[in-house]
Design a protein. Structure first.
Length: 174
């Protein structure tokens, strides 16, 4: 195979989207989820799409600060990877790859301090996985369970979504 210069090769590569977020719980390991303004009934971790020049950790910190109003003290430590998620392309979306970091256990004071960006989220809650199971769809529920297991075991997980989740209870992957 002949060498192809990067300026000719790179445009032939598949297009994709990357995101990063954090999985936070309260001190009782009840997961925190945010309610999306753009997709009512959709619950998300704090996080979002990478900006140009960002790595996933920088994105997770920026998005967390934007979405809940501060960076939790637990994120002052080195990043701890919990999940790597991949969703194959499903038009109009290209493939997506996401990184979820352990956001730690928020203190009661941090939970009280949450100030949502009203352009993105209309609410937040901490609930047990059992309580979330009555509200979120199977995809989000699976992600919650895998996130807790990855935190407990110290072993990151790989999630491959077979097809893009529709907008709805489990919604976008972050």
């Amino acid at each position: 195979m002949a060498f192809v210069p990067p300026e000719l090769f790179v445009p032939t590569l598949p297009h994709g989207v990357s995101y990063a977020g954090v999985f936070c719980t309260d001190r009782h390991d009840r997961p925190l989820l945010l309610t999306s303004v753009h997709h009512p009934g959709e619950y998300q971790y704090p996080g979002g799409l990478l900006d140009a020049g960002e790595d996933p950790w920088m994105c997770a910190l920026r998005e967390t600060a934007e979405e809940i109003g501060f960076v939790p003290a637990s994120l002052d430590d080195a990043p701890r990877l919990l999940l790597l998620s991949f969703t194959p392309p499903e038009p109009p979306w290209p493939w997506t790859m996401g990184v979820t970091f352990d956001g730690g256990r928020l203190t009661d004071q941090e939970i009280e301090r949450i100030t949502l960006d009203p352009d993105e989220h209309s609410g937040h809650a901490v609930r047990t996985v059992e309580e979330w199971s009555r509200i979120v769809g199977p995809g989000r529920l699976h992600t919650l369970r895998v996130s807790l297991a990855a935190r407990r075991t110290g072993t990151a997980a790989y999630l491959r979504t077979p097809a893009r989740l529709p907008a709805g209870p489990e919604g976008h992957l972050t």
